[in-house]
Write a protein that binds this ligand. Structure first.
Ligand code: GAL
Ligand code: ZN
Length: 681
């Protein structure tokens, strides 16, 4: 097996990647020359071209017009700007839907979605597949060997869903592969409930709009199928590209923790993991959520570098009220991605559109032109990235893992559960925040991951868990790991059938604790708890009737029917320790709990005494400090370091104004006065 090309293929000889979506088809060719000049001045070395150009490339079925794209790619090659060449299949031309309406997606109520926007295709449509592969083939044939394309960008932000008859047929085929026979499917879906027994494959449908709650087994398989159907399409395009340009890596841009596509399954099929990420300006949770999302991307990339394909220099246009980004903000966000493993920092888009649905979306060159505050920042940022090339390729080492699983997410958030206030991604973020605040690096991993290298594994929620994965968590603890399991975990099996017995049934032994009732709490007041022998604290939303079965009770409920019953337990099992959290502790309490679990695991943050709002993360030998707060802070340093961003030497501290970043590399041979040099004996 030969190694596939990856991010390294792109960064070798180029260093960190910087650029954005480039849509020259929206502009007269005179503007292109200025674009190229400005790109060079800004240090742009990668542009994504052609994402929405199908109608320009193939104005009529089978009639191609590549001339303009030839000129764009030549221009980029002449300017030594690599091209991330897109297959244009995210937005089929009107002729496709007009002549073949069956390519248009149908929603769950049976309404067809029309052209006039974008993304209007049915993932299972054979006509769409055929037409898509034809344009992809033509594109790959034409540009194989052209010096500009360095990366393939397949489609755009996959996530389409279709409930049409062709999708129904594809769903049945998928189900036959999964279950073999109808009896097994009926068992898996529990169709004795509400008279849902299927006597013929032809009766099986996508979960179309129905009078009341739809079968959760059917829905779970539909989520699985929809992700797989799109992945199948992605693979088909990818294979055309790989055959013609085997040395060019292939990516498709994700959208963070995006529910419709199973990130683990998808990432395994691409050469480069890339993401589009638009933190919400003004949201206090944005820095941590963004850090988490970047860690998810690094996890999807198997710890290797990934590409931030799209971010915004300023306000977007698709929120109801689009707050701008203050000066320095997009740079801070870009460097945050770099610190968390991105080797490319790209934007949507290069030049702001004059027309179309995104006229009011920020860009690298705003409507007001290049002589602007914003473009000056773009240019400065591009240039400073040239000086950070030595960071490219470096890993972000982590001793803590957080487990996240799409199937569990899908299964958890179905209708008809004890509470819709307990959600997979919110739980993930809740447990992530106290780690992030301490500068503890986290790898996000699937339940099937090899956990043996981690000192602490946090499972904020794993509602659905298979026997093997549960056994692996147990073995991890027995072998010396520290495990923290959040509420409503281990509840169902992979068919979404409740595991009977005291919960969480498959983890009961390792946790040394179990429960018998899930008890959503009144929402108008906190759930009062107390650390054993210590202070009280608040939790909210969710409680469980638990009993310790060998575990130590770390915290108990103090009010109501649960008074005196366990809220948090800790169990020594084998060589390790397993925690169970049967409620949703408020942030301060979750932070306390996290601190104790970190102590069990012997894990410390990147830097002690971090001021609030300062993110600390190590990438390779560089310690990044990012000030997301509104105050100027002084951060003490354990040793002298060179700041790669300012070029100055930091002796015992750095001062960070709001939105400032330091990228500190230990200064060779300059021990901190009064402290032994790290590594000196
Ligand atoms: C992304 C998309 C881009 C553009 C951008 C605007 O979701 O891939 O094409 O629409 O959002 O923020
Ligand atoms: Zn369809």
């Amino acid at each position: 097996m030969t190694a596939r090309p990856g991010m390294h293929t792109l960064t070798e000889g180029r260093g960190l990647l910087f650029g954005g979506d480039y849509n020259p088809e929206q502009w007269p060719e005179e503007v292109w020359a200025e674009d190229a000049r400005l790109m060079r001045a800004a240090g742009v070395n990668l542009v994504t071209v052609g994402v929405f150009s199908w109608a320009r490339l193939e104005p009529e079925p089978g009639v191609y017009d590549f001339g303009w794209l030839d000129r764009v790619l030549d221009l980029m090659a002449d300017n030594e700007i690599a091209v991330d060449l897109a297959t244009p299949t995210a937005s089929p031309p009107p002729w496709l839907g007009h002549r073949w309406p069956e390519t248009l997606p149908v929603d769950e109520a049976g309404h067809r979605l029309w052209y006039g926007s974008r993304n209007q295709f049915c993932p299972s449509s054979s006509v769409y597949r055929q037409r898509a592969l034809e344009i992809v083939t033509a594109l790959a044939d034409r540009y194989a060997g052209h010096p500009a394309p360095a990366l393939w960008h397949v489609g755009n932000e996959y996530g389409q869903v279709c409930h049409c008859d062709e999708s129904a047929a594809a769903f049945r085929t998928w189900l036959r592969d999964r279950y073999g026979d109808l009896g097994t499917l009926n068992d898996a879906w529990g169709t004795t409930f509400w008279s849902q027994h299927y006597g013929d494959w032809a009766e099986i449908l996508p979960p179309r709009r129905a009078p009341y709650i739809i079968n959760p087994g059917q829905r779970l398989d539909w989520w699985r199928f929809c992700s797989d159907a799109l992945l199948d399409h992605f693979r088909a395009e990818r294979d055309v590209l790989r055959e013609r340009t085997p040395g060019t890596p292939v990516t498709t841009n994700f959208m963070g923790l995006f529910k419709p596509i199973d990130g683990w399954a998808w990432a395994a099929e691409e050469d480069v993991v890339s993401n589009d990420w638009y933190p919400e300006p003004g949201s206090p949770l944005a820095p941590a959520l963004t850090a988490l999302t970047h860690d998810v991307m690094r996890g999807l990339a198997g710890g290797r570098p990934w590409l931030l394909m799209e971010q915004a220099t300023n306000g977007v246009n698709w929120r109801p009220h689009n707050l701008p980004k203050p000066p320095g903000q997009f740079r801070l966000e870009s460097l945050q991605a770099l610190a968390r493993g991105a080797d490319g920092l790209c934007y949507f888009q290069w030049r702001a559109s004059r027309f179309g649905a995104e006229r009011f979306h920020a860009a690298m060159v705003p409507h007001a032109g290049a002589e602007t505050r914003l473009h000056a920042e773009v240019r400065a940022h591009g240039q400073e990235l040239r000086g950070l090339g030595s960071v490219a390729g470096a890993p972000v080492p982590a001793k803590v893992a957080m487990v996240f699983d799409w199937a569990s997410w899908w299964a958890l958030e179905e209708r008809g559960r004890p509470s819709d206030r307990l959600n997979a991604t919110e739980q993930l973020l809740d447990y992530y925040v106290p780690l992030w605040e301490r500068g503890v690096s986290v790898d996000v991993v699937p339940p099937s991951a090899d956990l043996s290298a981690y000192a602490l594994v946090v499972v904020p929620n794993l509602f659905l868990v298979g026997d093997r994965d549960a056994a692996a968590l147990t073995a991890y603890v027995r072998g010396g790991g520290v495990l923290v399991v959040g509420p409503f975990s281990g509840v169902v099996d992979p068919r979404a059938h409740v595991r009977t017995g005291r919960f969480p049934a498959p983890l009961r032994e390792v946790l040394g604790a179990s429960g018998e009732e899930w008890l959503p709490a009144p929402l108008d007041r906190p759930v009062r708890c107390r650390w054993s022998g210590g202070d009280g604290f608040d939790a909210h939303t969710w409680t469980e009737l638990l009993a310790a079965e060998g575990a130590e009770v770390v915290a108990e409920f103090t009010e109501g029917d649960l008074a005196g019953r366990p809220a948090v337990t800790r169990h020594r099992s084998g060589e390790g320790v397993a925690w169970y959290v049967g409620t949703m502790p408020a942030p301060a309490a979750l932070s306390e709990l996290t601190g104790r679990a970190l102590a069990d695991a012997g894990v410390e943050g990147a830097l002690p005494g971090l001021p609030p709002g300062v993110e600390a993360v190590r990438r390779g030998d560089v310690l990044f400090l990012l000030n997301h707060g509104t105050a100027t802070v002084r951060v003490p340093l354990p040793h002298e370091a060179d700041d790669l961003l300012t070029g100055s030497l930091a002796t015992d501290h750095v001062t960070l104004t709001p939105r400032a970043v330091a990228a500190l590399r230990p200064h060779p041979g300059r021990p901190h006065p009064g402290r032994p040099h790290p590594g000196a004996s």
